[in-house]
Design a protein around this ligand. Structure first.
Ligand code: FAD
Ligand code: SF4
Length: 304
């Protein structure tokens, strides 16, 4: 399949990368954001721009929680609050739990939300089938999705860091999954890499039926795969996402490069997305014949 067509054409790729208008490699032009960001600081920079321009009046982000590296979803209404949320926490942060409250006690009219592909699905489902979500559907103004191969429970991350990598959670500066390894970077410069075969048994079982790698349903989705260190791969998907992205580019928020000019580029993103979907599709199918003459539920088919 040709990966390089005209960048402004809406591309309908095979399911694995979803629909998008534009794909680039990018990073924030703001040094303070880049310093704390997981990759190119796309999420923090785009929300900062949207807050400052009044495109959103708050963003549901994953900030620091009660224990080191345990995320706590919260609603950032200022740039200072937003800046505390940078970086990836590799365990579950129930982002969508704040979506209704954002319109209630926080009084937001224009909500931003970041999350994994499953959380983008929850947002879109809530917009189309707003069961118990009065007022929410029209108030989602910027949904930023992050690529996700799998997630972990907090206990699992603790096991990986403390048992396998022999580091204290509070002494960790950054965690990263990339180049086939789970990387743990210590505050004092130590680097421990764990092969992914060690991490597999700790994955959230619910992730094994997930058929979305690059947040197909977001306005803008981003991840590290495909771009060099310190840069992000960005898919601009919806008309709304395109409008905000174009304004942010015009305001000088990002440096960009055509994805075709960076290595490893879309080829690797497509490969990983295909691997995830193929493996998990198999799990979905196996559930149908899990028991003797009965199977387990398939959420993609709905109730019988
Ligand atoms: C569980 C998980 C698995 C991932 N797997 C991949 C992968 O396989 N390939 C890949 O390319 N990228 C993956 N990513 C995405 C990548 O790690 C970065 O989050 C993404 O590139 C954004 O970086 P940034 O520099 O633009 O964001 P920053 O500006 O650093 O901001 C990060 C944003 O992510 C949010 N966030 C942090 N942790 C969580 C969480 N647990 N749940 C929801 N939101 C969170 C924060 O609220 C913050 O707004 C994964 C992320 C997570 C959370
Ligand atoms: S793998 Fe899928 S279900 Fe699991 S956290 Fe990522 S997006 Fe959600």
């Amino acid at each position: 399949m040709p990966l390089m067509r005209h960048s402004n054409e809406v591309r309908e790729m095979a399911g694995e990368l979803g629909k998008y208008k534009l794909c680039v490699s990018a990073r924030s032009a703001d040094k303070a954001i880049l310093k704390k960001a997981q990759d190119g600081g796309i999420v923090t920079q785009l929300f900062k721009f949207a807050l400052e321009e009044g495109i959103i009046d708050g963003a549901i982000v994953a900030g620091p929680g009660d224990e080191p590296w345990r995320p706590r979803p919260f609603i950032a209404t200022t740039v200072e609050e937003l800046m505390t949320s940078s970086g990836t926490k590799y365990n579950i942060s129930p982002q969508v739990s704040w979506i209704k409250e954002a319109t209630r006690s926080f009084g937001l009219d224009k909500i931003g939300i970041v999350g994994t592909p499953c959380q983008m699905q929850a947002v879109r489902k809530g917009q189309l089938y707003p069961v118990g979500l009065r007022d929410v559907p029209d108030k989602i103004k910027l949904a930023i999705g992050i690529f996700c191969m799998e997630n972990f429970s907090y206990q699992s991350v603790k096991q990986l860091v403390e048992d396998h990598a022999a580091m204290k959670m509070e002494a960790v500066k950054k965690m990263e999954i990339g180049k086939g390894k789970f990387w743990v970077y210590g505050q004092r410069g130590q680097v421990v890499q764990l092969p992914l075969k060690v991490t597999h048994k700790y994955e959230q079982p619910g992730c094994h039926v997930c058929l979305d790698y690059v947040a197909n349903l977001a306005d803008v989705s981003t991840g590290s795969v495909g771009s060099p260190d310190g840069w992000s791969t960005v898919f601009v998907r919806t008309r709304n996402g395109d409008d905000i992205w174009s304004k942010a580019i015009a305001a000088g928020c990002f440096e960009t490069k055509p994805i075709e000019q960076v290595k490893p580029g879309l080829e690797l993103v497509t490969k990983l997305a295909t691997e995830k979907i193929t493996k998990n599709q198999k799990t979905v199918e196996e559930r149908a014949k899990f028991g003797v003459n009965k199977g387990l539920r398939n959420p993609y088919l709905g109730p019988k």
